[in-house]
Design a protein around this ligand. Structure first.
Ligand SMILES: [Zn+2]
Length: 292
């Protein structure tokens, strides 16, 4: 056992150094394999490969819920740390294995990064689930924990945000929100939807392929409560008396569509009121206690 490794065997409250595991894994390839849960993935893969589709435990697995309960580390605080994790380590095998099972229809994750999170890339996997939901309160937050969720090709990708981007405009007829007022808020989405190389995972092999070479058929990205556009009415601009009326986001959507190339028609901004509960775990959203 390596120096420091023992302290990793504990709960959140007893782990002194949040990044100790990552540093140890960077220095020691054999620890990295255990750190990434590779032995567990190999055992699971052996189980998957040895059973026929009509029998065995995994043939009935329809919902996968990747909580954060089993994790002891935050894996990163800022986007650069998340990127370092992705760049230095191989993709974590457990989430990719589970998401690729033919029987899995509903998959969700809470972790932004780490061993139980799909890599935050565009992913081409065998047998994508019907719906992949990501819900994390820091999703797309501009300051603090900024990270971008994965996009699984062939699936409906549903992101449940904790929206902080509020646009207000007058409800007077003829008032149009200028595009430059909206564009600033769309920057993280533009980064996510860049036509960047795709991670193609097949069995336990992964390689990077050009974005142009993959099909977007059956791929959808639904983004809930990322941005809220309200028209306002009422006497004056008193915050206590002003009335906000959420719009259908069509104005914001049209600005986004101009910026996302091949993703146009695949990506939809939606209000929190339109969001169904997570199809995997039933989570109802961060907006339960929010006002309009
Ligand atoms: Zn869920």
């Amino acid at each position: 056992m390596l120096d420091g490794e023992w302290t990793l065997s504990g709960s959140v409250s007893t782990t002194g150094d949040c990044f100790l595991g990552m540093w140890l894994a960077l220095d020691h390839p054999t620890f990295a394999k255990r750190f990434l849960l590779c032995p567990a993935a190999e055992a699971l893969r052996g189980t998957v490969d040895s059973i026929s589709e009509s029998q065995g435990a995994f043939s009935c697995l329809e919902r996968v819920i990747m909580t954060r309960e089993a994790e002891s580390f935050p894996w990163g605080v800022i986007q650069q740390e998340f990127l370092n994790f992705n760049n230095v380590f191989d993709p974590p095998p457990i989430p990719l294995l589970l998401a690729s099972l033919p029987s899995v229809k509903h998959y969700c994750q809470q972790s932004p990064i780490g061993l139980l999170a799909l890599p935050n890339r565009i992913l081409k996997i065998e047998h994508p689930p019907e719906i992949v939901t990501v819900h994390h309160p820091g999703l797309f937050v501009e300051t603090g924990a900024l990270w971008l969720p994965p996009i699984v090709l062939g699936a409906t990708n549903r992101y449940m945000c904790n929206g902080i981007n509020l646009l207000l405009s007058s409800d007077k007829p003829g008032t149009i929100l200028p595009p430059e007022d909206i564009a600033h808020y769309l920057e993280p989405l533009k980064v996510m939807l860049n036509e960047i190389p795709v991670l193609h995972v097949e069995s336990n092999e992964s390689k990077t392929v050009p974005f142009d070479s993959v099909s977007l058929k059956d791929t959808k990205v639904e983004i809930y409560d990322y941005i809220r556009h309200c028209t306002v009415s009422g006497p004056g601009l008193d915050i206590n008396t002003i009335k906000r009326h959420p719009t259908d986001l069509s104005r914001v959507q049209s600005i986004l569509d101009e910026k996302i190339g091949r993703w146009k028609g695949k990506v939809f901004l939606k209000n929190r009121e339109d969001c169904p509960p997570c199809s995997a775990c039933g989570f109802g959203g961060f907006w339960k206690y929010k006002k309009v």
